[in-house]
Design a protein. Sequence first.
Length: 296
Amino acid sequence: MVRERVLVVGGGTMGRGIAAVCALAGYPTSVFEADPAGRGRLRAAIESSWQRAVERGRMTSEAAHGAQKLLEVPERLEQAAGADLAVEAVPEDISVKRGVFSELDRLCPRAAFLASNTSALSISEIASATRQPARVVGLHFFNPVATMPLVELVRGTATSEATLDRAAAFAESLGKQTIRVADAPGFATSRLGVALGLEAMRMVEEGVASASDIDRAMELGYGHRMGPLKTSDLVGLDVRLAIAETLARGIDPERFAPPAILRRLVSEGKTGRKSGEGFYRWDEETGQPSESAGPR
């Protein structure tokens, strides 16, 4: 069976992860990164993740080699203009995302659907930058994309039923499970996750308990797979801050006000796993938290 051609725009953590699972699922996949330095590291980073999976027995070498043949890293967005579907995974800045969608609307065939991986921003506002908002949908993947089973489908005010169904079928073809939500600030997952994460941060700030003990409380006491502070580090504290600010503007400025501890850690460049330190210190080789970063 010939797979549709996929374009992923954005070569950061999420863009790399989305491109990797698409290629592994058999989709010819182009991943575009505007920054030349980042673009130069992109293929190596994705192939390195596959190699680690092979070494850990999570993937066969045949699957990795097959995916490598399907992966392309174009130098210009126009080189991937014939994509059948596009997934945007650029930073959480509405003006940047609207600019990307305006370009995708111009470059992609009329039959293609356009998806945003935003975790909090309005799909309707993003779609308004296009001439065909009916083909725009939210496809919110979770980090790490390779192992997290959920994709949140977000329907904008103009998103057609056909687009929503195509997006669901695509996500499911990647081995994901889906939920469908309305275009409300933070959707379902970010709104709930950030609410819990912000309260956990305030508890650290107030000296109620350490980050690791708060996380263990939710993991052992409530069955959470990962505690709220470890999750925040994994998502990226800068991302969590941006989402909190979006929710504060869109829902309640008091309930979602970012705690001072979050603003301070981000200002210090301690954004979680990707920087090596946040509420935890992260081991560079294993990608796992080595210890709680201690009092804040």
